[in-house]
Design a binder for this molecule. Structure first.
Ligand code: ADP
Ligand code: MG
Length: 426
């Protein structure tokens, strides 16, 4: 890429104030966005994508490091960007036209010019005929078109999009992506660069010239960057496309070395995968030859996208039930036995596997010393390392796993863990 640098971040870090001190979300990000390119910021949920986008847009301040627009460090909202949100964020009491004009009003553009520019953006994005409709009269896809028109009407240098398609159904999302990319390729797009946040690998490879993968362990850093040189419009079934999806998938799931000096509880957050979900995936793998499958094929066969399976894949790996090698996922001998066992045996095998997970093992061993333990105790321990959202998610997983493996029981009414009574001898 040789275009002019529009956005740049150097040594950007961001921490949010938590109940227990600062929680790091972004650690030392260096990134440039140049004229003419579409950049995708890809990462799992919680990896700091939205935070990075907001820092670049000047909507939240960096904790340290700099963010600049055309070389000028930001002191507030970035004048060269406009944002499209996942949830559309339209004002329900305004019509389509009024919603689109909002961005211009904020810039002090006069009434006549506003009407002209809004009309043009509405046409461009395929909303003509809906000018006087209210958001509640529109389908999700049409609402998001309003979101796009509202951002494009100000002709920002850089269009920022935060998971703009993920609240739409599959077909609507695909249609809107296609139309946007056509506009971009035809040069009719009134912006010079695009930054797209997504957790969807295929969406990133479909749309971007460069895919920047954020890792979440121990906190948001750029894990790798991929140049996408595939011709446009891109064919999801071409070898080049599938190969790149595989490589990006590997970068996203590969286990980086955990930072030294962190306690066992602080290293790898437990994935949000229920026993039902991960057993389901293990059983599907067990139906494949030699208990293994290419991950992209596996997702395809289920009508899912690769990233939908990431929490379950992480969980199987963490439990030692499966291994990722290259683009394949394969059951281990333990995983193979687990997938084929009857309920009692599967509980026993699962309980053993779950004891290798630090949080589960801590819960189980603590309970051998004291009859009951409050959830709040573990919440506090974990809050040294994770945000409250991550803490609750992990406790939910640990509760589900330990209960299934019969390592401990949990009473939701009192939020306490206890050891299950030993069954009476027959
Ligand atoms: P992503 O968009 O990749 O899912 P986010 O940037 O939204 O990630 O969030 C990264 C982490 O920062 C999450 O664990 C989230 O809970 C936390 N976080 C995000 N916004 C705030 C905030 N305003 N205050 C405190 N924590 C936050
Ligand atoms: Mg987000």
């Amino acid at each position: 890429m040789t275009g002019e640098v529009l956005l740049s971040a150097h040594g950007l870090t961001k921490a949010y104030a938590g109940a227990d001190g600062e929680l790091p979300v972004l650690g030392g990000i260096d990134l440039e966005v140049r004229a003419g390119e579409v950049v995708a910021l890809l990462g799992k949920s919680g990896s700091g994508k939205s935070t990075l986008l907001r820092c670049l847009a000047g909507l939240v301040p960096a904790s340290s490091g700099t963010v600049a627009y055309r070389g000028e460090p930001l002191t507030g909202a970035n004048p060269g960007t406009a944002m499209v949100f996942q949830t559309f964020a339209l004002l329900p009491w305004l019509t389509v036209r009024q919603n689109v004009e909002l961005g211009l009003e904020a810039k002090g553009v006069g009434r006549k010019e506003r009407a002209r520019a809004a009309g043009q953006a509405i046409d461009l994005i395929g909303l003509d005929g809906f000018e006087n409709a209210y958001p509640k009269e529109l389908s999700g896809g049409m609402r998001q078109r309003v979101g796009f028109a509202r951002a494009l009407v100000v002709e920002p240098d850089v269009l920022m999009m935060d998971e703009p398609f993920s609240a739409l159904d599959v077909l609507t999302a695909e249609n809107l992506r296609g139309e946007l990319m056509e506009l971009w390729e035809s040069g009719q797009f009134p912006t010079r660069a695009v930054v797209l946040v997504t957790h969807n690998i295929e969406e990133a490879v479909l749309m971007a010239d460069r895919v920047v993968v954020l890792g979440a362990r121990p906190y948001g850093t750029i894990r790798s960057t991929f140049a996408v040189d595939l011709p446009r419009p891109r064919d999801r079934r071409s070898t080049g496309f599938l190969d790149l999806v595989d490589s990006v998938y590997r970068a996203m799931t590969g286990r980086p070395k955990d930072a030294p000096g962190r306690s066992v509880l602080g290293s790898t957050p437990l994935p949000s995968a229920s026993v039902d979900g991960l057993s389901g995936l293990a059983e599907i793998l067990a139906r494949h030859a030699s208990d293994r499958s290419d991950v992209a094929d596996l997702a395809d066969g289920l009508g899912l996208e690769v990233d939908d399976l990431l929490p379950q894949i992480d969980a199987l790996e963490l439990l030692g039930l499966a291994e990722v090698s290259g683009a394949d996922l394969a059951l281990t001998p333990l995983g193979s036995a687990f997938a084929r066992a009857d309920v009692q045996e599967s509980k026993r095998l699962f309980g053993e596997a779950a004891l290798s997970v630090p949080l589960v093992s801590l819960l189980a061993t603590s309970l051998t010393r004291t009859p009951t333990l409050r959830r709040g105790f573990f919440r506090d321990l974990l809050s040294h390392h994770f945000t409250s959202e991550q803490v609750e998610g992990q406790l939910e997983t640990a509760t589900d796993w330990g209960r299934y493996g019969e390592l401990y029981a949990y009473d939701a009414a009192t939020a306490t863990y206890y050891l299950p009574p030993t069954p009476p001898l027959p």
